[in-house]
Write a protein that binds this ligand. Structure first.
Ligand code: CAA
Length: 379
């Protein structure tokens, strides 16, 4: 067993850290306050290859491993989780799904610009009445011979307005349940696609979350991913890797808050000494560091399994549930270490605490992860 990162891993980690410090930190408070999508920063992330990290260079990607992706996600998320969610969705849910299951034509037409970051994508599974219960898709893709007719509404769609390409799950054969669902590539500018109002969220406020409505949208048959009825399995397989991305996002939010808490504890004085000299604070920092390290190891183990073509469903869900709960706990403690200063925006930790919450909800709630874990261990 080798816990050492390679030179290349360290280089990628540093590149992501530098980018976060130089490009994301300035303006992060204002973007959060005004719910401003980090468009310029996302463009630059794309130019540096961070939006198609694991895609083969043949399709315009950086050709890196999942370990590199975890390291980069942690660094970007330390500073701006609204930017890292764009990175996570584009890499894990959109590019990975297209590269793994798409046809050569689909890859040339959609994957190449997505991997180069020229455009971004979105993953449309959730519906007003199908969140955790993802098999209950009400959006329909009626088979019309050479095309599908798409009708319905999707909810909580990350990159909803900024994406050019949507991967949409929709029901074609309701009598077949989960085996009747198809995954379709839909261009946002297709007639009949309407983007709803931007959600006013608690956290990741810079990210672009919308409902998307489809009314008689014509989707050519060649835009279906995989065989007829493969859509639910496609969604589950894709979310398996997505959970490693969100686990790493949670890890980054936690480690960002921890680093701020350590720094503050060495500066702030109370009762005649730095608060880091008080055992009450030392114990908090020790617990934070321990939980963060455990999260990091779970994320890297899941990534290693993915890179070695092993089944990473269990490790990805374990990483996601543990890291997201760690993020919520660590960020709350980081606010506590900061006292009253932690409750105001300039010190960043209140934003990280708000951002942490979503990691327990999207790409499968903590409850869904426990379903996946318990099914796996009891099988
Ligand atoms: N890989 C392959 N196939 C899988 C699978 C997996 N990981 N998980 C399930 N399947 C298959 C099952 O084998 C089954 O097929 P068979 O009938 O052939 O055996 C079929 O899919 C149906 O599976 P289940 O009976 O297990 O389905 P279920 O209704 O019990 O639900 C669930 C299982 C785990 C709860 C699933 O619905 C789930 O993961 N829900 C959460 C959905 C989710 O994560 N949504 C996030 C939205 S995307 C998002 O948040 C992105 C963003 O914007 C940031």
């Amino acid at each position: 067993m080798d816990f050492q990162l390679t030179e290349e891993h360290l280089m990628i980690q540093k590149a992501a850290r530098d980018f976060a410090q130089m490009e994301l930190l300035p303006g992060v408070i204002e973007r959060d306050e005004h719910q401003k999508f980090p468009a310029e920063q996302i463009k630059k992330l794309g130019e540096l290859g961070f939006l198609g990290m694991m895609v083969s260079p043949k399709y315009g990607g950086a050709g890196l491993d999942t370990i590199s992706y975890v390291l980069a996600m942690e660094e970007i998320s330390k500073i701006d989780a609204s930017a890292s969610v764009v990175m996570s969705v584009n890499n894990s849910l959109v590019c990975w799904g297209l590269e793994t299951y798409g046809t050569e034509e689909q890859k040339q037409k959609y994957l190449v610009p997505l991997a180069k970051g020229e455009i971004i994508g979105a993953f449309l599974l959730s519906e007003p009445e199908a969140g955790s219960d993802a098999t209950s898709q009400r959006t329909t893709a009626e088979d019309k011979g050479d095309h599908y007719l798409l009708n319905g509404t999707k909810n909580w769609i990350t990159n909803g307005n900024s994406a050019s390409v949507y991967l949409v799950m929709a029901q074609t054969h309701p009598e077949k349940g989960s085996k009747g669902i198809n995954a379709l590539i839909v261009e946002k500018n297709s007639p009949g696609v309407t983007v709803g109002a931007k959600e006013n969220k608690l956290g990741i406020r810079g990210s672009d979350t919308h409902s998307i409505m489809f009314q008689d949208v014509i989707v050519p048959k060649e835009n279906r991913i995989g065989e007829d009825g493969f859509g639910f399995k496609f969604a589950m397989k894709t979310l398996g890797g997505g959970r490693i991305g969100i686990a790493s996002q949670a890890l980054g939010i936690a480690s960002g808050a921890y680093e701020l808490a350590v720094k503050y504890s060495k500066e702030r004085k109370a009762f005649g000494k730095e608060i880091s000299q008080h055992q009450a604070i030392q114990f908090k920092l020790a617990d934070m560091a321990t939980k963060i390290e455990a999260s990091r190891l779970l994320c890297l183990k899941a990534a290693w399994e993915k890179d070695h073509h092993l089944d990473y469903t269990l490790s990805g869900s374990m990483a996601k549930v543990f890291s997201s709960e760690t993020a919520m706990w660590v960020t709350t403690e980081a606010v506590q270490v900061h006292g009253g200063y932690g409750y105001v925006k300039e010190y960043h930790v209140e934003r990280l605490m708000r951002d942490a919450k979503i990691t327990q909800i999207y790409e499968g709630t903590s409850e869904v992860q426990r379903i996946v874990i318990s099914r796996s261990i009891l099988a």
